[in-house]
Design a protein around this ligand. Structure first.
Ligand code: GTR
Length: 326
């Protein structure tokens, strides 16, 4: 009897599968570089819950925090080829792979975080998203990563203060040009190595936003955080394009909807987390330097733009879109 019922059931499932109306549940792996306590970690956990609900349990997200699935450039490549399905990536290290993503890595390209989001939500964002999708790493939603500023054992209030300093940067030639243009020595390095490098003096300084400055202990091995805000780089929740395209339109909408909701949650957490991180590092003794006039930094970047656009003239259009966005 049971056997017979079993056979009927299996037969029904097989028939339904042939008709294509039984989805098979999948588990997707997600990469996140941050630890507990960082806003993006909570947002990625929320994303996992949301995707479970919105897909009716058809897609389960297993989120790996703390960069345990590899460094960011490696993980970007893994999502691109489909070895990992999803990542919360900074667009900085995507630039070497997808030229259009490099728009956001031009220093001072955005006037503010809201301006950055306006560009991303307009034609500029569409062009970038299309190119990223084409490269295999499709953005489902943009998330906030604030502004990056310099920190070291001294104040960095002008580009001249960078002169002669070895500064850690993320992997992207635009950042090495940026530091060189200030007279510093750029040192590209994985995020996980920076604290030790600062501690042992392998580098003299680095640059990041307040939440990351705090979460991985860079504030424990520096004394000054100077608000140069030279880079406003967004992040994405990005999926392997082929995996996403293989889903039914309903499932695609469910996954995208979950990512968009998680992104909105991230932006809320980000605002609170940034303020809290600043308070915490100040309470721990970090001197935060306001920089009233950033124009010396901006002037130092003229050659970076000139050289980059001479070598990549096709990027002029995106730069113009960003600069003409109110
Ligand atoms: C953080 C960002 C990470 C990583 C890191 C870095 O702000 O969220 O994805 O890019 O900076 O400096 O490597």
């Amino acid at each position: 009897m049971y056997q017979k019922l079993g056979k009927i059931f299996i037969g029904a499932v097989a028939a339904a599968s042939l008709l294509g109306n039984v989805a098979s549940a999948e588990t997707w792996r997600a990469w996140n570089i941050h630890n507990d306590g960082h806003p993006n970690t909570a947002a990625m956990d929320r994303f996992a819950e949301l995707i479970d609900t919105s897909t009716g349990g058809e897609i389960t997200l297993e989120v790996f925090h703390g960069g345990v699935l590899g460094s960011q450039p490696d993980a970007i490549e893994q999502v691109r080829i489909g070895a990992i399905e999803i990542g919360n990536f900074n667009l900085g290290p995507i630039g070497p792979m997808v030229k259009e993503a490099n728009l956001v890595s031009l220093p001072f390209i955005f006037k503010s975080v809201p301006h950055m989001f306006r560009v991303l939500e307009g034609e500029g964002g569409e062009i970038m998203a299309a190119a990223m999708g084409e490269a295999g790493i499709l953005p489902l939603a943009w998330i906030d990563a604030g502004a990056r500023s310099f920190y070291a054992q001294k104040a960095i209030n002008t580009p001249a203060d960078v002169e002669g300093l070895k500064i850690r940067v993320m992997n992207n030639d635009l950042y090495t040009s940026m530091i060189s243009a200030m007279g510093g020595n750029p040192s590209p390095m994985a995020f996980s190595e920076v604290q030790q490098a600062l501690k042992t003096g392998v580098v003299d300084g680095a640059e990041n936003n307040f939440p990351s400055f705090k979460s991985v202990g860079h504030y424990e091995v520096t004394t000054n955080y100077s608000l140069s805000e030279h880079l406003i780089i967004p992040e994405c929740i990005c999926v392997n394009t082929a995996k996403f395209n293989a889903l039914s339109p309903e499932m695609q909408a469910a996954v995208r909807g979950a990512a968009e909701e998680a992104a909105l949650y991230q932006r809320e957490l980000w605002a609170i987390g940034t303020e809290q991180a600043r308070k915490d590092v100040e309470a721990a003794g970090i001197v935060v330097n306001e920089i009233a006039d950033k124009s010396p930094f901006q002037d130092a970047m003229v050659s970076v733009y000139e050289d980059y656009l001479a070598a990549n003239p096709e990027m002029r259009k995106l730069v113009e879109i960003a600069q003409s966005t109110e």
